[in-house]
Design a binder for this molecule. Structure first.
Ligand code: ADP
Length: 354
């Protein structure tokens, strides 16, 4: 792996009685953008803090560039952590905030100011060099905090929910900036978020966590098109999760409903089967159609979401499928609750879940 690679081997974190992180194994290639994604309390920040060295691992090893850093203090790891609340010094202007750690290491004023200006330039904040934190917006403080984290030329930068305090407009702008800076510097970014959209927009690699363990590591496309577990499919959204008893080439999520499985999932054994089916891969029509017609449904709810419409369709007694229909199709024939609808999909859209 190239410079800035991170490897976790059997890493756990115990707080008193509870295990916040459970024996995780993870490889993050150097120079990549990696997001740790999952609900609140799943162990993302603890994992990040262990990589930074601000939290000691209870078990396991942490490798940076194949060097075991498990017992090293933060400053000897080659990592930098950017905190959620920016933690800028209120009595220092931007330039001195960014230069602070260089001052502590005895770097001359001229050199540290010159390096700090370069960093402020990188984050487009050179005009605010003399400004104090209280004179800047949240987004501007964030950029200064990023410049401060980058000043020591870390190989790995660790960001804990860096966009969560920003309004949606700024969040989207800063997201683009983070990606630009990561690509320009070519260093490893590890970014904690609970937003699937943020993780997908930024990452080369997404790590989905749940209850202290890793559910799936993949590219955004891999996560979305082939979620491996029901948790991943439901957390990222946009998928139906369908369970039932399988017999040979079909399974029944409901007494009245039988779903045919693709060849790859055929099995002689009688077993429980769970699959995911993307909401935007279900064809919906008011009349029966040729080909992949699978079920007749009753529309329960219609939710207008702009570019697409979320239709909740009751199939049989127990199966309710969510269907995303594009707005043009919906507007040419708007469904209303109580209407009948015909649903269809290709068998190979059924993705097996563990
Ligand atoms: P996330 O970042 O995914 O929201 P955290 O890593 O912050 O999750 O927390 C994981 C679990 O560890 C949670 O159950 C949390 O309550 C617990 N935890 C985190 N920090 C501490 C601590 N300092 N002491 C005790 N428990 C903690």
């Amino acid at each position: 792996m190239s410079k800035g690679s991170v490897e976790l081997i059997g890493v756990s974190k115990r707080y008193d009685e509870s295990l916040a992180v459970k024996e995780i194994n993870l490889k993050i290639p150097g120079g990549s953008y990696c997001c740790l994604l999952g609900p609140s309390g799943c162990g993302k920040s603890t994992t990040l803090r262990m990589i930074a060295g601000h939290e000691a691992a209870s078990d396991g090893d942490i490798l940076l560039n194949n060097r075991n850093v498990t017992d090293l203090p933060p400053r000897e790891r080659g990592t930098a952590l950017m905190f959620q609340n920016y933690a800028l010094f209120p009595h220092l202007n931007s330039l001195d905030n960014v230069a602070f750690s260089l001052k502590i290491s005895g770097v001359s004023k001229e050199e540290r100011h010159s390096r700090a200006r370069k960093m402020l330039d990188l984050v487009n904040m050179e005009r605010f060099a003399e400004a104090f934190p209280e004179q800047m917006s949240g987004g501007q403080q964030q950029r200064v905090a990023l410049a401060r984290a980058l000043i020591n030329e870390p190989e790995v930068i660790l960001l804990d929910e860096p966009l969560s305090a920003l309004d949606p407009f700024l969040r989207a702008r800063m997201r683009t900036e983070l990606k630009r800076i990561q690509q320009k510097l070519g260093i490893t970014f590890i970014h904690v978020t609970h937003s699937q959209e943020e993780a997908f927009a930024l990452s080369d690699q997404v790590v989905v966590m749940n209850h202290g363990h890793i559910e799936q590591v993949d590219t955004p496309v891999g996560i979305f098109t082939r979620p491996r577990t029901a948790f991943v499919a439901s957390f990222i959204g946009g998928h139906n999760i369908i369970s039932g008893k399988q017999q040979n080439n079909q399974f029944s999520p409901d007494k009245a409903v039988t779903i045919e499985l693709p060849q790859s999932l055929h099995s002689d054994a009688l077993q429980e089967r769970t699959v995911s089916l993307r909401c935007d891969r279900i064809r919906i029509a008011s009349q029966p159609f040729e080909g992949a017609l699978k079920a007749v449904a009753r529309i329960e709810e219609v939710e207008y979401l702009g570019s697409y419409i979320h239709l909740k369709c009751q199939v049989g007694e127990q199966l309710c499928l969510s269907v995303y229909q594009n707005d043009a199709d919906f507007l040419s024939h708007p469904f209303a609750p109580g209407d009948s609808a015909y649903l269809g999909w290709q068998n190979d859209q059924l993705n097996p879940l563990q």
